[in-house]
Design a protein around this ligand. Structure first.
Ligand code: 5CA
Length: 451
């Protein structure tokens, strides 16, 4: 992309309504624009990162054997009346009536809808196990929408639902989700720690939240610092293996890590004092096993091998896709702007032309642009007639992890400058070597594709 042809409405001033750094940078980098409280338009740069995060989520869900689909945002209230949650959900649910006076709602989650789909089409244990998921906009009329996309009213969520014959099978599905979530967050450059949590309006007492540690997080968390040493890495996993998935769950959840809702002071005090931590965290996902709560209410039964009908065992599993942009920025920024992890960066590399209009500099930038594009990467070429300082400030703000700077002086010596956004370190390389290095860096990162 050439910056002269892109739409990147960068703000110079700090917007006064933004209280936390991620919100501030998302507004300043021209990623989002508020349209109403807690409701945003996703401008091209924000949309691009959103889609990259979404792609990682899809890839990891499909790798775990979960099946993508799409359900609507607007739902009929009938199913919610059947489950009893129409009254329970309270004011967070946006209720609407259509022209015929029928009660509708903008879905805050989809347990009822998916259970209805299941009961209409599945009746036998032979069709199990089954996990369906979608990534769709949700609406919760939060009492205090704040912090930009962190606590929106309209937000983008991945929600997945497993259907199993027995509790054991459903717990395997739970573990499978835990593993796939660990992989997903790590690909986004995040450490998200599974912590024992509370079921809230979804229900079920077997649930973990995934938390990214950050001072601006809304949840208070208590943990053994040893959990922060755990990484999933690129180990191979067989998602069908009950033992392997259970092993990962045990590895990642045996140390003390809880949100304030389930915190147990006596248990916490068993952690050696020097490892006890009280901190704040951003909840970027939650997994639930709730057994037959919805299948009983909605009559979603399956016939077992013995011919008997029984309600199907279920769980639901969410990832806050739009919230993740805020969480990643909270975890990765400095005083100049965002520092995108390679896995989600909107463009792989910036190209800054120090002297736009200089024939040699222009030609060198064009050929870098072509070489990176030919290698399957997306560079963002700042080809505007701007001063170098302004170009650097924009690149630093929008946070591309790598930048190639091209100027007449370097070109005389046959070199360009390659700079890491994270460390600030630069090296002089031939243009070919700079391209080669960027290609190698991204060969080690499975990056999601943007738009
Ligand atoms: N049905 C279950 C799992 S699919 C469910 O709705 N779980 S949830 O309520 O925990 O939401 C899943 C994730 O969505 C949360 O972990 C959080 O990351 C994200 N989320 C929830 N509310 C908001 C909000 N108001 N703004 C942005 N993200 C949100």
């Amino acid at each position: 992309m050439r910056l002269s042809r892109y739409f990147l409405p960068v703000l110079k001033e700090n917007p006064s309504e933004a209280q936390i750094v991620s919100h501030r940078y998302m507004l300043r980098a021209g990623m989002i624009k508020q349209s109403a409280a807690g409701i945003y338009s996703w401008l091209p740069l924000g949309f691009k990162v959103l889609k990259k995060i979404e792609t990682i989520v899809h890839e990891e869900q499909m790798r775990a054997g979960h099946i993508p689909m799409l359900m609507p945002t607007l739902q009929s209230a009938d199913l919610w009346k059947e489950s009893g949650r129409y009254d329970d959900y309270g004011q967070e649910m946006l209720r609407i009536s259509d022209r015929h006076g029928r009660d509708m709602l903008y879905g805050p989650t989809n347990e009822e809808l998916i259970t209805d789909i299941f009961r209409s089409h599945v009746g036998s244990y032979k069709d199990l196990p089954l996990t369906l998921y979608h990534i769709q906009w949700k609406f919760r009329d939060e009492i205090r929408p704040r912090f930009g996309v962190m606590r929106g009213r309209e937000f983008y969520m991945k929600d997945g639902y497993n259907f199993d014959l027995t509790k054991e099978d459903a717990l395997h599905a739970y573990n499978r989700h835990l593993v796939s979530y660990l992989r997903s967050y790590e690909r986004m450059g995040l450490q998200a720690i599974p912590m024992r949590a509370d079921g809230g309006p979804i229900g079920g007492d077997y649930t973990h939240e995934f938390l990214v540690l950050a001072d601006t997080g809304e949840s208070e968390v208590f943990y053994d610092s040893a959990v922060t040493d755990l990484t999933f890495g690129d180990r191979a996993i067989d998602y069908d293996s009950v033992e392997q998935c259970q092993g990962v769950l045990e590895e990642f959840t045996s140390k003390y890590a809880r949100t304030d809702e389930t915190h147990d002071e006596a248990l916490f005090n068993e952690v050696p004092e020097e490892r006890r931590r009280v901190a704040r965290g951003i909840e970027v996902g939650q997994i639930f096993y709730f057994g037959t709560k919805y299948s009983e209410a909605l009559g979603a039964n399956v016939q077992g091998p013995d011919g008997k009908q029984s309600p199907v065992h279920m769980g639901s599993h969410g990832i806050g896709v739009s919230r993740l942009l805020g969480a990643i920025i909270e975890a990765s920024h400095d005083d100049k702007g965002i520092i995108w992890p390679e896995g989600v960066t909107p463009f792989h590399c910036g190209i800054v032309n120090l002297k736009q209009g200089d024939a040699e500099a222009d030609a060198a930038c064009e050929s870098l642009y072509e070489a990176l594009t030919a290698a399957g990467l997306e560079p963002l070429y700042d080809d505007r007639k701007e001063r170098a300082g302004g170009k650097f400030a924009t690149m630093d703000l929008i946070g591309l992890p790598w930048r190639i700077t091209v100027g007449p002086r370097g070109l005389k010596n046959g070199v360009v400058e390659l700079t890491s956004r994270r460390t600030g370190e630069s090296e002089e390389l031939s243009p070919e070597a700079a391209v080669q290095k960027i290609v190698e860096i991204y060969a080690n990162h499975q990056t999601g594709r943007g738009f």
